[in-house]
Design a protein around this ligand. Structure first.
Ligand code: B16
Ligand code: MG
Length: 221
């Protein structure tokens, strides 16, 4: 939503695809698992996994499986994928924050804007620590804090509550269709990061956080 004369007092950032990109690591870990099981999985399929939970990601991958898996087998597969993903995360360092992310957080903080992350990832805190952005945030809501993952607005609503703000006072910044939908359903102003054709419903779009100043980001909603 934009053009309603809202004053933005808080910004809730999605993590993966907005502040940092671990897409390639998620893809590699899922691809290795799919190959082991003989399940077709390519980069096009991978697009559907962005922003959704680990369990839902596995269900999407298993749509193309030739056999059925028990809940115990699925839980073991999700856990094996996460072990591999965490091995890959070990190389993450401050240089891996996306261009403009640190500057945007620093600029907004200097203006007194409250800052949170609302991520589906259960690894969000560790990722933020590795890229040295954790210290710039007032609150982090991750996949361990919510029972319903995006497109449900639970993560963003909890983040706003922790900032002491109403949804109408917060801007959600998201790169995935599921997250844009979550922001809209929660009553937030929503900025899309990426291709407007894939992110319908956002009030505005940017190709990345380096394309805007902090004051510009929150003005005019
Ligand atoms: P994990 P976000 C999401 O992070 C990723 O976009 C999505 O691909 C992943 O499946 C999900 O986190 C869960 O991640 O397996 O680490 O719990 O975009 O919501 O920050
Ligand atoms: Mg994302």
């Amino acid at each position: 939503m934009s053009g309603c004369g809202r004053i933005i007092r808080g910004v809730i950032f999605d993590l993966d695809g907005v502040l940092v990109s671990t897409d390639e690591m998620h893809f590699q870990a899922w691809k290795e698992l799919a190959d082991r099981e003989g399940i077709p999985f390519n980069r096009h399929d991978n697009e559907r996994l962005k922003g959704v939970s680990r369990a839902r990601s596995l269900d999407i991958i298993l749509e193309k499986a030739a056999r059925r898996y028990s809940e115990d087998q699925k839980s073991a597969m999700a856990s094996a994928k996460n072990d591999r993903y965490r091995e890959l995360l070990a190389v993450l360092a401050p240089r891996d924050a996306l261009v403009g992310a640190g500057e945007m957080l620093t600029g907004l903080r200097a203006m007194g804007v409250k800052l949170a992350v609302g991520s589906s990832s259960r690894n969000a805190r560790e990722i933020l620590r590795r890229v040295d952005l954790l210290r710039l945030l007032d609150s982090v809501v991750d996949g361990t804090d919510v029972s319903r993952s995006k497109p449900d607005p639970e993560a963003f609503l909890l983040a706003a509550a922790r900032l002491g703000l109403r949804p109408a006072e917060c801007l959600v910044v998201e790169d995935a269709a599921a997250g844009i939908e979550a922001g809209i359903r929660g009553g937030f102003s929503v900025l899309g990061i990426g291709d407007p054709k894939l992110l319908t419903g956002a009030g505005r779009w940017l190709s990345g956080l380096s394309k805007s100043g902090a004051a510009e980001l929150i003005a005019g909603w």
